[in-house]
Design a protein around this ligand. Structure first.
Ligand SMILES: C[S@@+](CC[C@H](N)C(=O)[O-])C[C@H]1O[C@@H](n2cnc3c(N)ncnc32)[C@H](O)[C@@H]1O
Length: 482
């Protein structure tokens, strides 16, 4: 789900949010510029106000209305106020929201400590405004004075929040004075992770690893690229990156993705180092017929096509498949593209190999999608795991005898990974597990389980030498049809 992100590629400002959260604010705010989105047309604007107002609105939309952040930030169909902002303000909004969501639990705890009594329900955006103000004061090197006055102005501009502008002022000023006392004893990893998730990871991986996962989520993911022709060393050198995982290039350089060397010519695409591993498990694909099921936005489709396979990419979403076509066209790769629900679609002939990247809770992508913990619930995992089981059982039958299927999900929940494979192996005849080996995935031994599954965790090493960590959480298993 995280691969080949269109917003990164079409909105260069997106890069600052996804790749460099602690970008100096001088890069993002132009103090001489007055931003005028149409919602405030005609009213004089304090520099930086529009960005804070939109940030508070969007935060509310994500956490109260449960709207995915990516949808809100979409430059074609997202929040209109956001779309009207200037480039630098959009980057600032992304940065503020990234911090607000990553630190949501601890900011909420700080607000609790600062308030004598809860803020009444009908107080407009006042809580979101406080979150946005605190995020800037504690994590973004914004001078307290600026963060406080913009928050007060924001409250004044909201009819329902207006009566609380004095409270906003008092609370934020007190935080400025008592910062150390109010923040030094916070258990950040626990506070910033919903209880059900921390419990699930503790049960699956133990308390220490669960905490390490939660801690890894506090930092933004690096920008990893998959190199079309596999010449990772060459592109690492050209782009000033390092080779990680099984041949991904991790970038340390700042800059807009579409301005980097190789983008126009289609030499690489954006794909987390862990997301690039499942397709590797299908081995040599030259001349083979391969189904990429649940294909959009197409990171794995590109891998399969670049490996020489004749690919059929199927996805239920027409809009997301459009991105597959656009991405493949930039990369000068090709695939048959089918818009269909794979619960209904039937292939004309069986495949040599299948990659099923099933829809999941995406809890493995929290570093790059910090809204996920506040959008998803245990219920989503339960619902999605039923669909995963259904899809897996159906598509196994589409393999030729001797054909291989890789099932994967970008989830940390065992219900969406290990448990699915264990039950399918127990229930379906004529299949066997082909264990994954560390050699196939760049020597990442810590990411291979005793059963022979691929299981990456955000806190794990991403190099064989173990000198760098940080991966999306992925599960993959390989099954052969006998
Ligand atoms: C995890 S994303 C796939 C990411 C993709 N494989 C990649 O590497 O870029 C899951 C995809 O499954 C698709 N999907 C969900 N349910 C489906 C169904 N019943 N049939 C086909 N596609 C489905 C979604 O539209 C979504 O694009």
């Amino acid at each position: 789900m995280q691969t080949l992100r269109r917003d990164r590629e079409t909105d260069p400002g997106a890069h600052f949010f996804f790749n460099r959260l602690r970008v100096p604010l001088s890069n993002l705010t132009d103090p001489n510029k007055r931003v005028k989105p149409s919602d405030f047309a005609g009213k004089p604007q304090t520099p930086g106000f529009a960005a804070r107002k939109i940030a508070a609105d969007l935060l509310g939309n994500v956490v109260h209305k449960r709207r995915p952040l990516d949808n809100e930030l979409d430059l074609n169909s997202g929040h209109s106020g956001f779309r009207e902002l200037a480039f630098n303000d959009r980057a600032l909004v992304r940065a503020i929201l990234g911090v607000c969501l990553r630190h949501r639990g601890e900011i909420a705890e700080i607000i609790d400590r600062l308030l004598d009594r809860p803020i009444p329900e009908k107080s407009g955006r006042v809580l979101d405004i406080l979150h946005v103000g605190i995020a800037q004061m504690l994590f973004m090197e914004v001078p307290d004075r600026a963060a406080v006055s913009l928050a007060v102005e924001n409250a004044s501009a909201d009819r329902r929040a207006r009566p609380y502008k004095g409270l906003v002022n008092g609370v934020l000023r007190r935080l400025g004075r008592e910062r150390e006392a109010l923040t030094s004893d916070l258990d950040r990893a626990a506070l910033n992770t919903p209880e059900w998730l921390l419990e699930s990871w503790t049960q699956s991986y133990g308390a220490e690893t669960a905490k390490a996962i939660a801690t890894a989520h506090q930092s933004e993911a690096a920008l990893d690229l998959t190199i079309k022709d596999g010449s990772s060393e060459v592109w690492a050198e050209k782009l000033g990156g390092t080779v990680v995982g099984a041949g991904s290039v991790r970038l340390v350089k700042k800059g807009a993705v579409d301005k980097l060397e190789g983008f126009e010519e289609g030499a690489w695409w954006v794909q987390d180092a862990a997301a690039a591993l499942p397709a590797k498990l299908l081995g040599d694909l030259r001349g083979k017929r391969v189904a990429d099921l649940c294909a959009a936005p197409g990171g794995k489709t590109a891998q399969l096509a670049a490996a020489g396979a004749e690919v059929t990419a199927v996805d239920i979403s027409k809009g997301r498949l459009k991105r597959v076509s656009e991405n493949l066209s930039r990369l000068k790769l090709s695939s048959e593209i089918v818009t269909s629900d794979i619960r209904e679609w039937e292939p004309e002939a069986p495949f040599d190999a299948i990659l099923l990247d099933a829809p999941c809770s995406a809890t493995g992508t929290i570093r790059r999608h910090p809204d996920v913990p506040w959008l998803k619930q245990l219920y989503d995992v339960e619902t999605l795991s039923k669909i995963q089981g259904e899809l897996l059982r159906r598509v196994i039958g589409w393999l030729k005898p001797g054909g291989v299927l890789v099932y994967c999900t970008c989830s940390l929940e065992k219900a969406e990974g290990e448990d699915q494979i264990a039950s399918v192996l127990a229930e379906v005849d004529g299949i066997e597990l082909i264990p994954v080996t560390a050699d196939e995935i760049g020597g990442l031994a810590a990411s291979v389980t005793e059963e022979g599954y691929l299981r990456t965790l955000p806190c794990q090493p991403v190099t064989k030498a173990g000198d760098e960590t940080g991966l999306d959480g992925f599960f993959a298993a390989r099954i052969k049809r006998l």
